[in-house]
Each structure stands twice: as structure tokens, then as C-alpha cells.
Design a protein around this ligand. Structure first.
Ligand SMILES: [Zn+2]
Length: 661
């Protein structure tokens, strides 16, 4: 494997530790050396992309006016060049013009004045930062994806506005591109003591930890496809991630997570902070489990967090998260419209540009409200009429009358994904057809199928004709069967790569484009070699997890079959946090009761959280920590090392596009 791929995967993993569960994206451009491998658009792809020009209202420039309105200044691209300057050209044959337009808009970045006393920093990180000016200081909504980026954003603001202290920090929701930079805005000690208010919607920390811990290793790998971090930036590479572009203008290493010290618990609550009235409306189980809107009556400004940006969003991002609830999402927007719609003059979100004017804000809220309700209701209708998820995804169209709305098009989420997500939320993975109840696993199914079809050569020859006919979806699907039957089949690999590439050029959704183009890249050049990735959790996250949450995470690393019928009972005591926990391994399952000690444990372990976390992170072995006096074991010490020995090592970059060759 090449150094390029190594670097790309390292960047991906490092950022994903930071951005484990958010709507976030990793640094772009690490795979630039691959650009010359890209093939041109096939003639039918070029024609299809050209046709988009006449299907949508490109003459409508309102979004460009809004995305540049109030512009004050920006920061230079630290790479020394504007990596996204290529977007100034007209859409090429290798990109869907609709996605190209969204990328042009998302590439507009810097510090913007929204209204008197409210500023935004957009396009300098995955998400946006909103700064509200109070009597003596500023209140900051969301902190970007790293302390370095938050510092750069704040410095840009202070370069153009009075330098005053941060009086409070508000988190719109529990995704890491919105909270990871907070330690720049508020000293963690000042947050812990309550000296500076850190306000968040109820359930913030449990939701943050659930989304960032147990499934993080899978999310890292799949997130690489969603965000396209290992792709070159450009007309034949990644354009953006669907809701913004990352031109990181500050160091993006991790920093401590700053837990909130003031939770919004009721459906609507108000606070007056530094002379500014904030009305919070909970929007739980919408785009994130813990999310809220903010209304500033003095400014007539509504912040809808990430529930109404300039794209159809994800009910289930392809990196893999808990499924989201379209019904709650629609209701939250409807309540905001009802509550604030008469008074509002400007609507902001925490990623993209604002919408100004009461009529336009109301229309936007209505459109997004109806979009999620329509997706929900029509999917459920078709479910109850007996259609399976794949058929529904194919049949579902935009709500009547909203087909042309730029802000609702599928740049980040897609109708197809969202229909399947609604189906999954109510009915799960099974489509009701007993043939699918216990299907053969992919490699076995593929082997049989290719054999029945007369062997791989015959299938590849047939698929070449379909490629020529422009049936790329099918070519990718059927070549997948050949590759799962025989991962070493070079002809199938090449043809699959060519099909994925054309699909990438056609895609309106950025995550689909990124996924298809990365699939092509990995089929042509191989996936980056798997690397040891223990523990697939960040030091920053461990620090804010309860001991029970840490043991839940550790349980997912137990090799159950190897544990067999071993029974191990250990009492754990943490002298610094005063936490205690009785953990039992039985039948391969690790369970626990906190605040208790088992009466007849195999061992009692006394340690501190920093030592324990350093062992989990692999910074030292359990044996070393014990020898150095950081861990004291009373009873059978072997039981502790036996338990620890059952934890598996995760790797990054496991095969997804095809089985390992
Ligand atoms: Zn976000």
C-alpha cells in the first residue's frame, strides 16, 4: 500500500476520533495523488448531468445573496492555495450540477454579520459558530470540531469586533462538530465550577457518549466513505460533504470535552444571559437525540440547530448511527413555526447560511416540516400497503410542489436512505419475505449465484454490455457478487470501479458521490492496510464517561466464544472519583452494578480513573500499571488479567467494498 493511503487513513482515524458521531467530515485532500487515475464521464453521464441544468432553476440566485450577505472577512487557506478554487468554474461533466452549486455555496466562508449583535463563522470547520453579543461579553452557540478551529474562529471575530469575554456557551446538540472545540471558549474548570454557564438540551452527555463510544470503529470506517476524506478534492474527486466544506483554518487536534452545567429540561425554557433573552425549545429525537432550537426575541432570530439547513438531512447517515425520528423532527419545526413564526425575521442554522425575512423564514419552516412529515407518512403508508424498504425507497418522491426547492434537495441525506430509515425505525431489517429471513451470507450466496449464471467470465461479459448501456447501478451490484465469490477477479474489480465512478459523477448527494468514488479508488488500488485501532475510543471521551458507560464499552470488546463458560467477578474501586462497580463476566457477557461490591469476588481492584483509562487506551499494560503501583489487586490477580486478555483488538480499514483478497 502506498504512503498516500497510509496518510489518508491516519488523517481519517485521527479526525474520526474527534468527530466520531457527528454530521462531521474529515480533512479533505489527503489522496490528491490519485486524481490522475480518474476516468472521464461516459457520454450518457455527461448528457444526464447537462440535462440537470434545465431541470432546476439555476437562475435563482437568492441563496448566493444570502450566503454572502453580511460578509466581513475570512482566514486564508493554510495550504497556501484555495483548494476549492476549482468550484468557481461551471459544473464539469463529472459532477451533478445541483451538487456542484451546493458546493459553490458551501465554499463561501468567513465571518458574517447576521443581524445587529449576532455574528456567524461559517465554512472554517465542519459546522458553524454563532456569536451573540451581550452587555459585557459574548454568548457562543456551538464550538466547532476542535479547540484549534474554535480559537481561529474566535480570533477572526475579535479581529473585527470588540474583544470581550465569553459569558456562556450553548450546545445546540450532541454531535461532535458542535461541542469539541469548547475548551477554547471556556476553561474546563470554569465550566465544572459553574462560573461560566454551559447550556445544553436534556440528555446531552448520555446521547453524546452513546453515539461516540460503542460503534465508533465501524463509524470511523464507514465515515471514510460518507465524507470522502481519502479522496482528492476536485472535479473528479470530492466536492464537499453535503452540508458544508471543510477548509480547516486552525489546528484540528482534539481537546477536552466540556460537559454542560445547565440543562434545558422543559419543552420551552428561557434564560437571560448578559442582558440577552434566550428562549430554548427542545427538539429531542430529531436530527440528534439531544437537540434544541434557540429564539432571541430581541433580535427576532430563530436558530434551528441542524433541523432546517439547506439540504434534505439524514434519518440514518450511511456511516451508521441510531435511526432518527422523522415525526419528532417535523413536529419540532412545526412547534417553532407556531411559537415564533409571527415574530421571526431571520432564521439561522448551525452549518449553512441564514434565511432572512418573515415570509421566507415561515415558508422554509413549513417546507422542512412538510418534507419530513411526507417522508414519514408516505413510507408508512407504503409499508402498510405491503411494499418492502427497497421498493419504497425507489417509489418515494419529493412532496408535491416542493420538487424544485433548493433547500430540500438531497445533498446530505437522500429520499432513498430516509425511506429505508423510516421503515427500519418501525419494522427493522426484515422485509417480511421469508426468503430473506435466513439468507446465505454474502460470499456463499455469491459463489452459488455466479456458478448458476455460468461462471465469472460469463457474468463479466454480460455486465460489460450493461455498462455500455449505462446501467451502472446494476453493474456495481452484479460485480459485487463476482467479487464476493472471487475477490481476486481483476476484470470484475476494474469493471466495478468504472461503474462506481460513473455513479459518483451522477450523484446529487455528496455522501453518495464520496462513497462511490472511494469505492472505485479502493477497488483500483486496494483499501489501506488494516491497522490496529485499539481502543477505537478517544481519551477525551473516556474522561467524561461514567464507569458504567466504560464497562458497557468494554463489554463490546469481549471475545464471547473465547470467554466460554468462564465466570469472573471483580469489584472495582476508583479512589479519585469515588466510583465503584461490581462486574461479572458470565456466559461471555460482561455485566455490572455500580455503587456496589460483590460479596465473594475473585478480586478487588483499586485504582484511579487516569490509570485505568491509560490501560484502556493501551498507553501501558495492566501488568505495568500494577507493577508501578497504579493498580492494586487483592485476591486472585490472574482473574483480572484473564478478563483483560479477553478484550479484542479492533482494526481500522477492514474491507467494505469487497472481501479481503
Ligand atoms: Zn453538525
Amino acid at each position: 500500500m502506498s504512503p498516500v493511503n497510509k496518510n489518508a487513513s491516519r488523517v481519517t482515524v485521527r479526525l474520526w476520533r474527534l468527530l466520531a458521531v457527528s454530521c462531521a467530515v474529515a480533512a479533505i485532500g489527503a489522496g490528491a495523488a490519485r486524481a490522475q487515475d480518474a476516468k472521464p464521464a461516459e457520454p450518457d453521464v455527461a448528457r444526464a448531468n447537462q440535462a440537470v441544468q434545465s431541470q432546476l432553476s439555476f437562475a435563482d440566485r437568492q441563496d448566493f445573496d444570502d450566503a454572502t450577505r453580511g460578509y466581513i472577512a475570512t482566514l486564508p487557506d493554510p495550504s497556501g492555495q484555495d483548494r476549492f478554487a476549482f468550484l468557481k468554474s461551471a459544473a464539469p461533466a463529472t459532477a451533478n450540477p445541483s451538487l456542484w452549486r451546493e458546493a459553490q455555496l458551501d465554499a463561501i466562508n468567513g465571518l458574517f454579520k447576521v443581524t445587529d449583535g449576532v455574528y456567524q463563522i461559517r465554512g472554517l470547520s465542519v459546522a458553524a459558530m454563532t456569536i451573540v453579543e451581550g452587555k459585557t461579553g459574548v454568548i457562543v452557540i456551538d464550538s466547532l470540531a476542535s479547540p484549534g478551529e474554535a480559537g481561529a474562529a474566535l480570533a477572526l471575530y475579535f479581529a473585527h469586533r470588540p474583544h470581550r469575554p465569553v459569558k456562556a456557551v450553548i450546545y445546540s446538540h450532541n454531535h461532535s462538530d458542535h461541542y469539541s472545540g469548547a475548551s477554547t471558549l471556556v476553561a474546563p474548570a470554569d465550566a465544572a465550577s459553574g462560573k461560566v454557564k454551559v447550556i445544553a438540551p436534556t440528555g446531552f452527555m448520555p446521547a453524546l457518549i452513546e453515539e461516540a463510544s460503542v460503534a465508533a470503529n465501524l463509524g470511523n470506517r464507514r465515515g471514510g466513505f460518507q465524507f470522502g476524506a481519502a479522496l482528492p478534492v476536485g472535479a473528479q474527486g470530492t466536492l464537499e460533504y453535503g452540508e458544508g466544506i471543510v477548509v480547516t483554518r486552525g489546528p484540528n487536534g482534539p481537546g477536552p470535552i466540556v460537559p454542560p452545567n445547565d440543562l434545558i429540561q422543559k419543552p420551552v425554557e428561557s434564560r437571560t444571559i448578559d442582558g440577552v433573552t434566550f428562549v430554548f425549545q427542545l427538539a429531542l429525537n430529531s436530527e440528534a437525540p439531544s437537540e434544541m432550537f434557540v429564539y432571541l426575541p430581541q433580535k427576532h432570530l430563530l436558530d434551528v440547530s441542524e433541523d432546517a439547513t439547506h439540504t434534505l438531512h439524514n434519518l440514518l447517515p450511511i456511516r451508521g448511527t441510531l435511526v432518527r425520528d422523522a415525526l419528532s423532527w417535523s413536529k419540532a419545526l412545526n412547534q417553532a413555526l407556531d411559537r415564533f413564526g409571527g415574530d421571526v425575521q431571520v432564521m439561522i442554522n448551525q452549518h449553512q447560511w441564514p434565511v432572512w425575512g418573515n415570509m421566507r423564514v415561515r415558508a422554509s419552516l413549513e417546507d422542512h416540516r412538510d418534507l419530513y412529515k411526507y417522508i414519514h407518512d408516505q413510507t408508512v403508508r407504503m409499508m402498510n400497503q405491503g411494499l418492502g424498504p427497497t421498493d419504497i425507497a425507489e417509489k418515494l418522491t419529493m412532496p408535491p410542489g416542493l420538487e424544485q426547492e433548493w433547500a430540500l434537495r438531497g445533498y446530505y441525506g437522500t429520499l432513498s436512505q430516509d425511506a429505508k430509515a423510516v421503515y427500519q425505525r418501525y419494522a427493522g431489517w426484515y422485509d417480511g419475505n421469508p426468503a430473506n429471513l435466513h439468507a446465505l451470507p454474502p460470499a456463499e450466496e455469491a459463489g452459488k449465484l455466479v456458478d448458476y449464471m455460468g461462471g465469472a467470465d460469463a457474468v463479466v461479459a454480460h455486465a460489460r454490455a450493461d455498462f455500455t448501456a449505462g446501467n451502472y447501478r446494476w453493474v456495481a451490484q452484479i460485480m459485487d457478487q463476482v467479487l464476493f465469490a472471487d475477490p481476486a477477479n481483476k476484470a470484475a474489480r476494474d469493471l466495478a470501479a468504472d461503474a462506481f465512478e460513473q455513479m459518483g459523477y451522477l450523484a446529487e448527494a455528496a455522501p453518495w458521490r464520496n462513497s462511490y468514488l472511494l469505492a472505485a479508488q479502493e477497488l483500483r488500488h486496494g483499501a489501506p492496510a488494516p491497522r490496529r485501532a485499539v481502543p477505537a475510543i478517544s481519551a477525551e471521551l473516556l474522561q467524561v464517561m461514567t464507569i458504567g458507560q466504560i464497562f458497557d464499552y468494554l463489554g463490546t470488546r469481549i471475545d464471547g466464544p473465547r470467554a466460554g463458560t468462564s465466570k469472573i467477578v471483580i469489584n472495582w474501586r476508583f479512589t479519585d472519583t469515588k466510583e465503584s462497580l461490581a462486574a461479572t463476566l458470565a456466559h461471555g457477557a460482561l455485566t455490572w452494578i455500580d455503587g456496589k461490591a460483590a460479596s465473594n469476588p475473585d478480586a478487588t481492584v483499586t485504582t484511579t480513573r487516569p490509570v485505568f483509562e491509560s490501560v484502556i487506551l493501551g498507553q501501558r499494560s495492566l501488568a505495568d500499571a500494577t507493577a508501578q503501583g497504579g493498580v492494586a489487586i487483592a485476591g486472585n490477580a490472574n482473574s483480572v488479567s484473564d478478563l483483560w486478555g479477553l478484550l479484542v483488538t479492533f482494526t481500522t480499514n477492514f474491507p467494505l467494498v469487497a472481501p479481503a483478497g
